[in-house]
Design a protein around this ligand. Structure first.
Ligand code: ADP
Ligand code: MG
Length: 497
């Protein structure tokens, strides 16, 4: 393990890194930072959550000449959220070196961005469309760019940004250093490497088998019509602290989040059609623990730095195994346990097997919980809540009235009433979810892009949980559904530590 002080980085940078609470470099950082510092081109592949931003950010920041007022570093990222996330991380990493970092992205007031660009940022992070827009308006000049980064390159490819990226590349001097980072390495990405880079070094970090073990993987065979009830009951039984439900389409995400809301869960959805402001606010609420369940499409959740997810529910089994790996990688981070449950329609079992071939791990079958189990789960949570209040809170102000109650009623009746108030009975409010057809039948079961070779097993030993995180999360006493409780018995509950 390498310490950040050993890379030969500017002392100020090391100081900022320390302030961020990073102690040791992650594997991808350890391998790529030295190459980045040498000025070589590089293709880095490692799963989401493994610290790729600092892997390219630190060498870039090191190279910035503060006296030079030009844009010297350009990072292209697929979505607004990622651009913002990367710029925030770079801002922190360069806090002591005082590098000016600016994010430009669509959906945000362009004249304000133009004003910010006039303040001479030295690093610009942006989405392809908006970068091009600024190039065309001549509000962004790239002829002094020395380091160019393509972040989440596979995702940019999926989203059809390849032409935009080519146009941007034409504006950047040829003798630049180019770094490409990607979670997967399909052929077209390799070709970009060949066309636009100079003998890039390829660094690939395979996820350790071990880390995948931290995610318990289950599947439930369920017909489309029954999925929603099964999901509700699972949520009741498992009381996840922080859960993500993945749906295949935007409509699904909308319908699911609405339906969950109707059944009393604190849920919100996120997908590409929402305004940027809305997406940001949903994410913020989720990170702060104000939402228990985030419903998302693959694309919307991709690459986002979300920590502390305890449960991933695949409401629809993903079509390709890579997505599965990404989805479940949202949990079990930083050495914590996580649980992933995938709904499979009977006709989709072939997809399940394909996923298993890729992850080299079998998913355990799980039976849908019954109403009784769901109810028991809710009672357990309520009991834990009461226990917590008894042991942790000052109840002096309540005691007088409590003894009055006790004079008039039987203690067990009072306790039962409290439980009834706190426990949420499994809710069967009718909801509407448009049926999706099962994925087309698949025989043989070789994943697309078969060939194998580029699998990054399980999750990548995420580093998302910084030492200081966790503190303000799910503030206690803030009332409403604090569903912290786990422990307990039964197949479904997450093991207590
Ligand atoms: P990726 O781009 O690979 O998905 P990120 O760069 O977004 O990963 O990093 C994920 C999280 O890990 C971020 O919150 C980041 O601040 C944190 N992180 C990065 N490097 C380290 C490190 N060496 N030690 C601890 N945390 C780190
Ligand atoms: Mg990233």
């Amino acid at each position: 393990m390498t310490k950040f002080s050993e890379f030969g980085l500017d002392e100020k940078i090391v100081k900022s890194v320390k302030r961020m609470g990073f102690e040791e470099a992650t594997p991808i950082q350890e391998k790529t930072i030295p190459i980045g510092l040498e000025g070589k081109d590089l293709i880095g592949q490692a799963q989401t959550g493994t610290g790729k931003t600092a892997a390219f950010g630190l060498p870039m920041i090191q190279k910035i000449d503060q006296k030079n007022q030009n844009v010297q570093g350009l990072i292209i990222a697929p979505t607004r959220e990622l651009a913002i996330q990367v710029s925030e991380e770079l801002y922190k990493l360069s806090y002591d070196k005082h590098v000016r970092v600016l994010a430009v992205y669509g959906g945000s007031d362009i004249s304000r961005q133009i004003r910010s660009l006039k303040k001479k940022p030295q690093i610009v992070v942006g989405t392809p469309g908006r970068i091009l827009d600024h190039i065309n308006r001549r509000t962004l000049k790239l002829d002094h760019v020395e380091t160019l980064v393509l972040d989440e390159a596979d995702e940019m490819l999926n989203m059809g940004f390849i032409d935009d990226i080519e146009s941007i590349l034409k504006e950047v001097p040829d003798e630049r250093q180019t770094l490409l980072f990607s979670a997967t390495m399909p052929d077209p990405i390799r070709r970009i490497g060949e066309r636009f880079m100079h003998n890039p070094e390829l660094i690939r970090i395979k996820a350790k088998e071990m880390t995948a073990l931290l995610i318990e993987q289950f599947f439930i065979k369920v017909h489309e019509k029954e999925k929603f009830d099964v999901l509700s009951r699972l949520l009741d039984v498992q009381s996840p602290e922080l859960a993500i439900v993945f749906g295949r389409t935007k409509r699904r995400v909308d319908e699911l989040s609405r339906a969950l809301d109707m059944r009393g869960y604190v849920a919100e959805g996120i997908h590409g059609d929402l305004t940027q402001a809305k997406r940001m606010s949903v994410l913020r609420k989720f990170k702060e623990g104000k939402i228990d369940v985030l419903v998302a499409t693959d694309v919307a959740a991709r690459g986002l730095d979300i920590s502390g997810v305890t449960h991933v529910y695949n409401y629809d089994i993903p079509q390709d195994p890579e997505s599965y790996v990404h989805r479940i990688g949202r949990t079990g981070r930083a050495g914590k346990e996580g649980m992933a449950i995938t709904f499979v329609q009977p006709r989709e079992m072939g997809y399940l097997r394909t996923v298993e071939q890729t992850t080299k791990k079998r998913m355990q079958p799980l039976k849908p919980p019954t109403w009784d189990e769901a109810f028991a789960g809710q009672l357990r949570v309520a009991t834990e809540k009461i226990t917590e209040i008894i042991t942790e809170e000052n109840l002096a102000d309540y005691k007088a009235v409590a003894s009055e109650l006790l004079e008039n009623y039987d203690a067990s009746d009072i306790a039962a009433a409290m439980l009834k108030m706190l426990a949420k009975e499994p809710d069967q409010t009718p909801v509407h979810i448009t049926e999706e057809r099962p994925l087309p039948a698949r025989y043989g079961g070789k994943g697309k892009g078969g060939g194998g070779g580029n699998y990054r097993g399980g999750k990548g030993g995420g580093y998302r949980d910084r030492n200081n995180s966790g503190k303000g999360r799910r503030g206690s006493g803030s009332g409403s559904r604090d569903r912290r409780g786990n422990g307990g018995k039964g197949n479904y509950s997450k093991k207590s530590k």
